[in-house]
Design a protein around this ligand. Structure first.
Ligand code: AMP
Ligand code: MG
Length: 339
């Protein structure tokens, strides 16, 4: 089997600063953090060096606690003692795992933070990406079960009940990191900011002229930075789960990084991407992945149940659907807005 293409791209949403730049002097800082994600923080008016330094050191702290690729991280320690003993974790880690389990329950297991063994088996985004054999998939599927994650809020400890189980917080940790960054910025004199963690966007504050912020929605088929439409928002977070984010191709088939916990394969339900717009980035991150796995019908129902939560659904056939409260203008006529 030959893998002819390995691709990782991470910019799905671009905040369009347009003319507002003239009246709102801003500065930006970009670093690769959170597993090599391009993280750009833009602070308006009062963006001091020390604020940037503190933000990126906080992001590195979160990565050091939650990455499965760092052996000393809390998540790696939980995984290493799966089926043996609980592990006491940092508050940050407990908060994220608790929320991940909440979304697992809410989505009926479509979102499942115990997806770690599948992530390792497929290796998507690594140099070892491959299509596993049916036997290999059958072997790991019984290990994917969020109900076998035991949380003890008293001791802040986490226990995976079965040997071989492994957590992976890749679908939620960036959202938490964005919220934490926002909380830090709110403690400074900075009144407006754009937090962009690999296309996971959180906007703080109002524009000076009170006009809405404009976010360009990436063309899933186009080059980096090209967009198919413009989303207008107030102070919100906008988070995407997409097939083009991280994938490899073998023959004619594209294998991407969001897995069905029931069959062990990348989810194939006609989506190119799901974009969630809401107030809390951790919720948006978990929800974008959950809705992607649930599929359009169930996913839309879930979004519509939640307060102050909107979504855009982009399909392989170039149709786009959106929930009622979404202010989205299509600019690329090769796509079509259905509702
Ligand atoms: P996102 O880009 O936020 O949708 O997250 C995708 C990442 O979450 C993947 O790269 C995996 O690390 C992990 N993941 C894949 N499938 C699932 C799933 N069904 N539930 C939770 N996390 C998943
Ligand atoms: Mg997510």
């Amino acid at each position: 089997m030959t893998i002819n293409k390995l691709k990782i791209s991470c910019i799905q949403l671009i905040v369009l600063l347009s003319l507002s730049v003239c009246s709102q002097p801003q500065s930006s800082r970009t670093e690769f953090v959170l597993g090599g994600t391009v993280c750009t923080i833009t602070l308006f008016e009062q963006g001091k060096d020390s604020v940037y330094r503190d933000i990126f050191s906080r992001l590195r702290e979160i990565e050091n606690l939650m990455s499965v690729n760092i052996p000393s991280s809390d998540v790696s320690r939980i995984n290493a003692t799966a089926g043996v003993k609980p592990v006491q974790v940092h508050d940050d880690v407990f908060i994220v795992i608790e929320r991940a389990v909440y979304y697992a329950q809410l989505s009926g297991g479509a979102f499942d933070p115990s997806v770690g063994p599948l992530v390792s088996l497929w290796g998507i985004g690594s140099n070892n990406a491959k299509v596993p054999s049916p036997a290999e998939i059958d072997k790991v599927l019984p290990l994917i079960n969020w109900q076998d994650i035991e949380l003890d809020p008293q001791t802040k400890s986490v226990y995976l009940k079965n040997k071989g189980m492994a957590l992976d917080l890749g679908a939620i940790a960036k959202g938490y990191a964005a919220d934490e960054t926002a909380a830090m910025i709110k403690k400074t004199t900075v009144e407006r900011a754009i937090i962009d963690l690999g296309g996971n966007i959180l906007i703080l504050g109002e524009k000076k002229d009170k006009s809405l912020w404009k976010v360009g929605v990436q063309d899933p088929y186009g080059s980096r930075g090209s967009y198919i439409g413009i989303l207008q928002i107030t102070e919100k977070t906008v988070v995407t789960s997409g097939v083009y984010e991280r994938f490899f191709e073998e023959g004619e088939t594209r294998y991407h990084h969001i897995f069905s916990p029931s069959n062990g394969f990348p989810v194939n339900n006609g989506f190119l991407s799901v974009i969630i717009i809401t107030n809390n980035s951790m919720n948006a991150d978990a929800l974008s992945t959950a809705v992607f796995v649930l599929g359009y019908e169930k996913g839309r129902k879930l979004v519509e149940l939640l307060p102050e939560t909107e979504a855009i659904f982009i399909f392989e056939d170039r149709s786009i659907r959106k929930t009622a409260g979404t202010d989205f203008t299509l600019t690329d006529n090769s796509f079509r807005l259905v509702d």
